[in-house]
Design a protein around this ligand. Structure first.
Ligand code: SAH
Length: 237
């Protein structure tokens, strides 16, 4: 059944403009049709009571359990082209609670201040659509762009991990640092990797722990998907 993220006011479900268009003109909804709406992290079965004006009422709550119990943040360095779109979509499907876009020394991509708002709106749309598709109850927040040298404290979790390619196959694996019941963040570097200076700062200033993602060097987008898959599998074991 078609599912939308919405606002709930009393028993009324209020859709955003894009979703109203989708419901009326793409789905060609009629009076009496049922839809599902997610509001306040809950899923509701709803009925369309009238089309003009559009009135949608909740019928009952559908119990559902599609969120990770622990809050997981992905820090992802600005990567080239479509990779950010890809990673936002996949991170959302894999249950990330928040995606923080990072500027690091070796990022080749730069976001101009004047384009940032437009880019973030686009990323938020990708996250919303991926949340709907993957039947999540929340849309991950997209935060950006944050300088790796200056990470706001409130973005950090209880356990903060950096996937460090120089440690590949030598250090603790990611698996050994995942703990149920604690908020977690994992940081993935850009195509050119992290500088030693950056890793030192992350460890000394912010208490990050370096981890390996295995013996092979993964592309940045593969590393993000790998890390979140492993985290999800262990947290939901
Ligand atoms: N150009 C670098 C690789 C960068 S890979 C080099 O050749 O060494 C991009 C990012 O993916 C890295 O910064 C790291 O965060 C992550 N990554 C990829 N493979 C990894 C591995 N085996 N262990 C830990 N992190 C890895």
């Amino acid at each position: 059944m078609q599912r939308y993220f919405a606002n709930k006011v009393g028993e009324n479900i209020i859709l955003g403009d894009g979703d109203v268009h989708h419901l009326l003109h793409v789905m060609r909804a009629k009076k009496g049709d049922e839809i599902e709406a997610v509001a306040d992290n809950k899923l509701y079965a709803c009925i369309i009571e009238s089309i003009s004006p559009l009135v949608i009422k909740t019928n009952y709550e559908i119990p559902t359990d599609s969120e990770l119990k622990e809050d997981v943040t992905l820090f992802f360095a600005l990567a080239k082209g479509e990779k950010i779109d890809f990673v936002i979509q996949k991170a959302t499907e894999l249950g990330a609670g928040r995606i923080v876009l990072l500027k690091t020394e070796r990022c080749v991509v730069k976001f101009e201040e004047k384009n940032l708002k437009h880019k973030l709106e686009r990323f938020e749309k990708i996250a919303k659509e991926a949340s709907e598709q993957s039947h999540r109850l929340r849309i991950p927040g997209i935060v950006g762009v944050v300088d790796i040298k200056n990470i706001p404290q409130d973005l950090l979790a209880e356990v903060n991990l950096i996937a460090y390619e120089k440690e590949a196959g030598q250090t603790d694996s990611l698996i050994s640092h995942i703990e149920k019941g604690k908020t977690l963040s994992v940081m993935i570097g850009p195509e050119g990797g992290f500088s030693e200076e950056e890793v030192k700062t992350l460890v000394n200033k912010y208490g990050f722990v370096t981890v390996s993602l295995g013996k092979r060097i993964l592309r940045t987008e593969t590393a993000a998907v790998y890390a979140l898959s492993v985290i999800g599998a262990l947290l939901e074991k």
